[in-house]
Design a protein around this ligand. Sequence first.
Ligand code: PMP
Length: 344
Amino acid sequence: MSAFALANFGGYDRPTLAQNESAFPPSPKAIAAGQDAIARSHLYPDPDWTALREAIAQAYGVERKLILCGAGSMDLISCTIAAFAGPGDEVLGTAYAYNFAASAAARADAAYIKAAEQDFAVSVDSILAAVTPATRIVFVCNPGNPTGTRIRNAELLRLRAALRGDVLLVIDQAYGEFDDQDARPIFALVGRGDTVVLRTLSKAYGLAGARVGWGLFPPAVAAEVRKMQNSNQVTTSSLAMAVAAVEDQAYVRETVARTAGIRDRFAHDLRAAGYDVPESRTNFVLIRFPDAAAAEAAESALRDADLIVRSLGGYGLTDCLRATVGPQEMMDRALRIMTDRRGG
Ligand code: PMP
Protein backbone atom coordinates (compact mmCIF):
# COMPACT_ATOMS: atom_id res chain seq x y z
CA MET A 1 0.00 0.00 0.00
CA SER A 2 1.27 3.45 -0.83
CA ALA A 3 2.42 5.59 2.09
CA PHE A 4 -0.18 8.08 0.93
CA ALA A 5 -3.12 5.67 0.83
CA LEU A 6 -6.12 7.00 2.71
CA ALA A 7 -9.04 5.04 4.08
CA ASN A 8 -11.32 4.45 1.10
CA PHE A 9 -14.98 3.99 1.86
CA GLY A 10 -15.89 3.25 -1.72
CA GLY A 11 -17.94 6.38 -2.35
CA TYR A 12 -16.85 9.74 -3.79
CA ASP A 13 -19.03 9.54 -6.88
CA ARG A 14 -22.08 8.13 -5.06
CA PRO A 15 -23.30 8.11 -1.46
CA THR A 16 -22.25 5.56 1.16
CA LEU A 17 -23.45 5.28 4.75
CA ALA A 18 -19.90 5.66 6.06
CA GLN A 19 -18.87 9.31 6.01
CA ASN A 20 -21.65 11.34 7.62
CA GLU A 21 -22.21 13.23 4.40
CA SER A 22 -25.62 14.77 3.78
CA ALA A 23 -28.28 12.56 2.24
CA PHE A 24 -29.26 15.58 0.16
CA PRO A 25 -27.36 17.72 -2.35
CA PRO A 26 -26.59 21.33 -1.48
CA SER A 27 -29.15 24.09 -2.01
CA PRO A 28 -29.84 24.70 -5.73
CA LYS A 29 -28.84 28.32 -5.05
CA ALA A 30 -25.42 27.12 -3.84
CA ILE A 31 -24.96 24.97 -6.93
CA ALA A 32 -25.84 27.90 -9.22
CA ALA A 33 -23.50 30.25 -7.32
CA GLY A 34 -20.66 27.70 -7.55
CA GLN A 35 -21.19 27.33 -11.29
CA ASP A 36 -21.01 31.09 -11.77
CA ALA A 37 -17.89 31.33 -9.65
CA ILE A 38 -16.04 28.65 -11.61
CA ALA A 39 -15.76 31.22 -14.43
CA ARG A 40 -13.80 33.45 -12.00
CA SER A 41 -11.30 30.72 -11.18
CA HIS A 42 -8.44 32.71 -12.76
CA LEU A 43 -8.70 35.01 -9.72
CA TYR A 44 -7.47 34.12 -6.24
CA PRO A 45 -10.20 33.77 -3.64
CA ASP A 46 -10.74 36.36 -0.91
CA PRO A 47 -8.26 35.30 1.82
CA ASP A 48 -10.43 36.98 4.47
CA TRP A 49 -13.65 35.21 3.43
CA THR A 50 -15.46 38.55 3.76
CA ALA A 51 -18.76 37.61 2.11
CA LEU A 52 -18.95 34.27 3.89
CA ARG A 53 -18.26 35.80 7.30
CA GLU A 54 -21.00 38.35 6.64
CA ALA A 55 -23.48 35.62 5.66
CA ILE A 56 -22.60 33.55 8.77
CA ALA A 57 -22.84 36.60 11.04
CA GLN A 58 -26.34 37.29 9.70
CA ALA A 59 -27.61 33.73 9.79
CA TYR A 60 -26.21 32.77 13.21
CA GLY A 61 -26.41 36.13 14.99
CA VAL A 62 -22.68 36.15 15.74
CA GLU A 63 -20.01 38.83 15.42
CA ARG A 64 -18.28 38.84 12.06
CA LYS A 65 -14.93 39.77 13.60
CA LEU A 66 -14.85 36.53 15.62
CA ILE A 67 -15.24 34.28 12.57
CA LEU A 68 -12.41 32.36 10.91
CA CYS A 69 -13.01 30.05 7.97
CA GLY A 70 -10.97 27.11 6.74
CA ALA A 71 -10.77 24.23 4.32
CA GLY A 72 -13.24 22.17 6.34
CA SER A 73 -13.32 22.30 10.10
CA MET A 74 -10.42 19.83 9.99
CA ASP A 75 -8.23 22.73 8.90
CA LEU A 76 -9.35 24.76 11.90
CA ILE A 77 -8.91 21.83 14.32
CA SER A 78 -5.36 21.19 13.02
CA CYS A 79 -4.33 24.83 13.08
CA THR A 80 -5.79 25.43 16.56
CA ILE A 81 -4.00 22.42 18.02
CA ALA A 82 -0.77 23.31 16.22
CA ALA A 83 -0.96 26.88 17.56
CA PHE A 84 -1.64 26.00 21.19
CA ALA A 85 -0.15 22.57 21.92
CA GLY A 86 3.35 21.20 21.47
CA PRO A 87 5.86 18.83 23.05
CA GLY A 88 5.14 18.27 26.76
CA ASP A 89 1.56 19.50 26.42
CA GLU A 90 -1.63 17.50 26.67
CA VAL A 91 -4.73 17.77 24.49
CA LEU A 92 -7.63 16.27 26.40
CA GLY A 93 -10.44 14.70 24.39
CA THR A 94 -13.10 12.17 25.28
CA ALA A 95 -13.19 8.42 24.76
CA TYR A 96 -15.19 8.38 21.56
CA ALA A 97 -14.63 11.93 20.27
CA TYR A 98 -13.93 12.38 16.57
CA ASN A 99 -10.39 11.06 16.39
CA PHE A 100 -9.04 13.61 13.94
CA ALA A 101 -8.13 15.72 17.01
CA ALA A 102 -5.86 12.89 18.15
CA SER A 103 -3.97 12.87 14.86
CA ALA A 104 -3.69 16.67 14.91
CA ALA A 105 -2.23 16.43 18.43
CA ALA A 106 0.23 13.77 17.27
CA ARG A 107 1.38 16.02 14.43
CA ALA A 108 1.95 18.81 16.97
CA ASP A 109 3.98 16.36 19.13
CA ALA A 110 1.47 16.85 21.96
CA ALA A 111 0.03 13.97 23.99
CA TYR A 112 -3.66 13.17 23.40
CA ILE A 113 -5.52 11.97 26.47
CA LYS A 114 -9.03 10.48 26.42
CA ALA A 115 -11.44 11.11 29.29
CA ALA A 116 -14.02 8.35 29.81
CA GLU A 117 -17.55 8.77 28.49
CA GLN A 118 -20.69 7.52 30.19
CA ASP A 119 -23.55 5.95 28.25
CA PHE A 120 -21.84 6.98 25.02
CA ALA A 121 -21.95 10.65 25.98
CA VAL A 122 -19.39 13.24 27.06
CA SER A 123 -18.97 13.29 30.83
CA VAL A 124 -17.92 16.66 32.20
CA ASP A 125 -16.88 15.08 35.50
CA SER A 126 -14.53 12.65 33.81
CA ILE A 127 -13.02 15.45 31.72
CA LEU A 128 -12.39 17.49 34.86
CA ALA A 129 -10.86 14.47 36.60
CA ALA A 130 -8.43 14.01 33.67
CA VAL A 131 -7.15 17.60 33.58
CA THR A 132 -3.47 17.92 34.60
CA PRO A 133 -1.10 20.90 34.83
CA ALA A 134 0.04 19.95 31.28
CA THR A 135 -3.46 20.24 29.78
CA ARG A 136 -3.46 23.02 27.15
CA ILE A 137 -6.59 22.19 25.14
CA VAL A 138 -9.82 20.40 25.97
CA PHE A 139 -11.54 19.15 22.82
CA VAL A 140 -15.24 18.30 23.07
CA CYS A 141 -17.58 17.27 20.24
CA ASN A 142 -21.18 18.14 20.92
CA PRO A 143 -23.17 16.45 19.47
CA GLY A 144 -20.58 13.68 19.43
CA ASN A 145 -19.16 11.61 16.62
CA PRO A 146 -19.33 8.54 16.52
CA THR A 147 -21.90 8.37 19.32
CA GLY A 148 -24.48 10.82 17.93
CA THR A 149 -25.45 11.82 21.46
CA ARG A 150 -25.39 15.33 22.92
CA ILE A 151 -24.96 16.84 26.33
CA ARG A 152 -26.92 19.85 27.50
CA ASN A 153 -25.51 23.36 27.13
CA ALA A 154 -25.55 23.72 30.91
CA GLU A 155 -22.98 20.91 31.15
CA LEU A 156 -20.63 22.71 28.74
CA LEU A 157 -21.04 25.93 30.68
CA ARG A 158 -20.19 24.01 33.87
CA LEU A 159 -17.10 22.56 32.15
CA ARG A 160 -15.87 25.96 31.04
CA ALA A 161 -16.42 27.48 34.46
CA ALA A 162 -14.44 24.69 36.14
CA LEU A 163 -11.44 24.69 33.75
CA ARG A 164 -8.41 26.90 34.32
CA GLY A 165 -8.46 30.06 32.23
CA ASP A 166 -5.24 29.05 30.44
CA VAL A 167 -6.88 25.88 29.08
CA LEU A 168 -8.40 26.51 25.64
CA LEU A 169 -11.78 24.79 25.34
CA VAL A 170 -12.58 23.77 21.74
CA ILE A 171 -16.22 22.85 21.23
CA ASP A 172 -16.67 21.09 17.89
CA GLN A 173 -20.29 21.48 16.76
CA ALA A 174 -19.94 19.88 13.33
CA TYR A 175 -23.45 18.48 13.81
CA GLY A 176 -24.78 21.56 15.62
CA GLU A 177 -27.54 22.22 13.07
CA PHE A 178 -29.09 18.86 13.99
CA ASP A 179 -29.26 19.76 17.70
CA ASP A 180 -32.34 21.69 18.79
CA GLN A 181 -30.60 23.35 21.73
CA ASP A 182 -30.18 27.13 21.58
CA ALA A 183 -26.63 27.67 20.29
CA ARG A 184 -26.35 31.19 21.69
CA PRO A 185 -25.09 30.33 25.21
CA ILE A 186 -22.28 28.29 23.63
CA PHE A 187 -21.41 30.99 21.07
CA ALA A 188 -21.35 33.51 23.94
CA LEU A 189 -18.56 31.55 25.66
CA VAL A 190 -16.18 32.81 22.96
CA GLY A 191 -16.42 36.27 24.54
CA ARG A 192 -14.52 34.95 27.59
CA GLY A 193 -11.34 34.76 25.49
CA ASP A 194 -10.61 31.10 26.23
CA THR A 195 -13.15 29.15 24.14
CA VAL A 196 -13.47 28.28 20.45
CA VAL A 197 -16.63 26.96 18.77
CA LEU A 198 -16.32 25.14 15.44
CA ARG A 199 -18.91 24.49 12.74
CA THR A 200 -18.81 23.07 9.24
CA LEU A 201 -20.75 23.19 5.98
CA SER A 202 -19.95 19.51 5.38
CA LYS A 203 -22.95 18.09 7.21
CA ALA A 204 -26.29 19.93 7.33
CA TYR A 205 -25.41 22.09 4.32
CA GLY A 206 -24.40 19.15 2.14
CA LEU A 207 -21.09 20.74 1.11
CA ALA A 208 -18.58 18.10 2.25
CA GLY A 209 -16.92 18.17 -1.16
CA ALA A 210 -16.50 21.96 -1.09
CA ARG A 211 -14.39 21.81 2.12
CA VAL A 212 -15.64 24.78 4.11
CA GLY A 213 -15.58 25.06 7.89
CA TRP A 214 -15.85 28.04 10.20
CA GLY A 215 -15.50 28.87 13.82
CA LEU A 216 -15.78 31.58 16.43
CA PHE A 217 -12.41 32.50 17.90
CA PRO A 218 -11.47 35.12 20.51
CA PRO A 219 -9.28 37.71 18.69
CA ALA A 220 -6.02 36.75 20.45
CA VAL A 221 -6.63 33.06 19.70
CA ALA A 222 -7.58 33.84 16.09
CA ALA A 223 -4.30 35.70 15.57
CA GLU A 224 -2.31 32.57 16.53
CA VAL A 225 -4.48 30.20 14.50
CA ARG A 226 -4.16 32.35 11.38
CA LYS A 227 -0.36 32.08 11.59
CA MET A 228 -0.79 28.32 11.12
CA GLN A 229 -3.22 28.54 8.19
CA ASN A 230 -2.21 28.64 4.57
CA SER A 231 -4.01 31.51 2.91
CA ASN A 232 -6.44 30.94 0.03
CA GLN A 233 -7.32 27.41 1.18
CA VAL A 234 -11.03 27.92 0.53
CA THR A 235 -11.47 28.16 -3.23
CA THR A 236 -13.43 30.82 -5.13
CA SER A 237 -16.18 28.38 -6.08
CA SER A 238 -16.36 26.88 -2.57
CA LEU A 239 -16.71 30.34 -1.06
CA ALA A 240 -19.49 31.22 -3.51
CA MET A 241 -21.35 27.97 -2.75
CA ALA A 242 -20.92 28.48 0.98
CA VAL A 243 -22.29 32.05 0.91
CA ALA A 244 -25.37 31.00 -1.06
CA ALA A 245 -25.90 27.93 1.14
CA VAL A 246 -25.71 29.91 4.38
CA GLU A 247 -28.06 32.54 2.94
CA ASP A 248 -30.58 29.80 2.10
CA GLN A 249 -31.57 28.94 5.67
CA ALA A 250 -35.00 27.72 4.55
CA TYR A 251 -33.30 24.96 2.56
CA VAL A 252 -31.03 23.89 5.40
CA ARG A 253 -33.94 23.80 7.85
CA GLU A 254 -35.88 21.58 5.48
CA THR A 255 -32.88 19.31 4.88
CA VAL A 256 -32.25 18.95 8.61
CA ALA A 257 -35.92 18.09 9.23
CA ARG A 258 -36.01 15.51 6.43
CA THR A 259 -32.74 13.96 7.62
CA ALA A 260 -34.00 13.78 11.19
CA GLY A 261 -37.23 12.15 9.95
CA ILE A 262 -35.35 9.40 8.07
CA ARG A 263 -32.98 8.97 11.03
CA ASP A 264 -35.70 8.66 13.64
CA ARG A 265 -37.70 6.11 11.64
CA PHE A 266 -34.55 4.06 11.01
CA ALA A 267 -33.56 4.18 14.69
CA HIS A 268 -37.10 3.35 15.80
CA ASP A 269 -37.34 0.36 13.46
CA LEU A 270 -33.89 -0.90 14.50
CA ARG A 271 -34.89 -0.70 18.17
CA ALA A 272 -38.12 -2.52 17.37
CA ALA A 273 -35.96 -5.25 15.80
CA GLY A 274 -34.01 -5.57 19.05
CA TYR A 275 -30.96 -3.38 18.38
CA ASP A 276 -29.48 -0.97 20.90
CA VAL A 277 -29.44 2.51 19.28
CA PRO A 278 -28.71 5.59 21.42
CA GLU A 279 -30.78 8.68 20.62
CA SER A 280 -28.99 10.59 17.88
CA ARG A 281 -28.81 14.37 17.46
CA THR A 282 -26.78 14.10 14.26
CA ASN A 283 -27.10 12.74 10.72
CA PHE A 284 -26.01 9.22 11.71
CA VAL A 285 -26.84 6.52 14.21
CA LEU A 286 -24.70 4.30 16.39
CA ILE A 287 -25.84 0.67 16.42
CA ARG A 288 -24.64 -1.53 19.25
CA PHE A 289 -24.56 -5.30 18.80
CA PRO A 290 -24.28 -8.05 21.43
CA ASP A 291 -20.62 -8.55 20.48
CA ALA A 292 -17.93 -7.76 17.92
CA ALA A 293 -18.68 -10.86 15.83
CA ALA A 294 -22.31 -9.77 15.37
CA ALA A 295 -21.21 -6.26 14.37
CA GLU A 296 -18.71 -7.66 11.88
CA ALA A 297 -21.28 -10.05 10.36
CA ALA A 298 -23.81 -7.22 9.91
CA GLU A 299 -21.15 -4.96 8.39
CA SER A 300 -20.26 -7.59 5.84
CA ALA A 301 -23.93 -8.41 5.01
CA LEU A 302 -24.50 -4.70 4.37
CA ARG A 303 -21.32 -4.50 2.32
CA ASP A 304 -22.51 -7.42 0.16
CA ALA A 305 -25.53 -5.24 -0.69
CA ASP A 306 -23.19 -2.34 -1.53
CA LEU A 307 -24.13 -0.50 1.68
CA ILE A 308 -20.93 0.69 3.34
CA VAL A 309 -21.19 1.59 7.04
CA ARG A 310 -18.38 2.51 9.44
CA SER A 311 -16.72 -0.01 11.76
CA LEU A 312 -15.59 1.61 14.97
CA GLY A 313 -12.64 -0.56 16.01
CA GLY A 314 -10.49 2.58 15.90
CA TYR A 315 -12.51 3.88 18.84
CA GLY A 316 -12.40 0.55 20.68
CA LEU A 317 -16.10 0.11 19.84
CA THR A 318 -15.72 -3.23 18.09
CA ASP A 319 -19.31 -4.18 18.99
CA CYS A 320 -20.76 -1.09 17.24
CA LEU A 321 -21.32 0.20 13.73
CA ARG A 322 -22.06 3.76 12.66
CA ALA A 323 -24.57 4.29 9.86
CA THR A 324 -24.94 7.68 8.21
CA VAL A 325 -28.46 8.77 7.28
CA GLY A 326 -28.40 8.31 3.53
CA PRO A 327 -31.10 8.54 0.87
CA GLN A 328 -34.35 6.85 1.95
CA GLU A 329 -33.96 3.98 -0.51
CA MET A 330 -30.56 3.04 0.96
CA MET A 331 -31.94 3.20 4.51
CA ASP A 332 -34.86 0.95 3.54
CA ARG A 333 -32.46 -1.64 2.14
CA ALA A 334 -30.18 -1.37 5.18
CA LEU A 335 -33.14 -1.82 7.51
CA ARG A 336 -34.34 -4.92 5.66
CA ILE A 337 -30.91 -6.52 5.98
CA MET A 338 -30.64 -5.59 9.66
CA THR A 339 -34.16 -6.83 10.44
CA ASP A 340 -33.56 -10.14 8.66
CA ARG A 341 -30.48 -10.65 10.81
CA ARG A 342 -32.29 -10.12 14.09
CA GLY A 343 -31.06 -12.73 16.57
CA GLY A 344 -28.64 -14.09 13.96
N1 PMP B 1 -15.75 17.40 13.45
C1 PMP B 1 -16.50 16.31 13.50
C2 PMP B 1 -17.13 15.93 14.81
C3 PMP B 1 -16.71 15.53 12.36
O1 PMP B 1 -17.45 14.42 12.44
C4 PMP B 1 -16.09 15.91 11.15
C5 PMP B 1 -16.24 15.13 9.85
N2 PMP B 1 -16.66 13.87 9.91
C6 PMP B 1 -15.31 17.07 11.15
C7 PMP B 1 -15.17 17.79 12.32
C8 PMP B 1 -14.56 17.54 9.95
O2 PMP B 1 -15.38 17.94 8.98
P1 PMP B 1 -14.93 18.91 7.81
O3 PMP B 1 -13.43 19.00 7.79
O4 PMP B 1 -15.49 18.28 6.59
O5 PMP B 1 -15.56 20.21 8.16
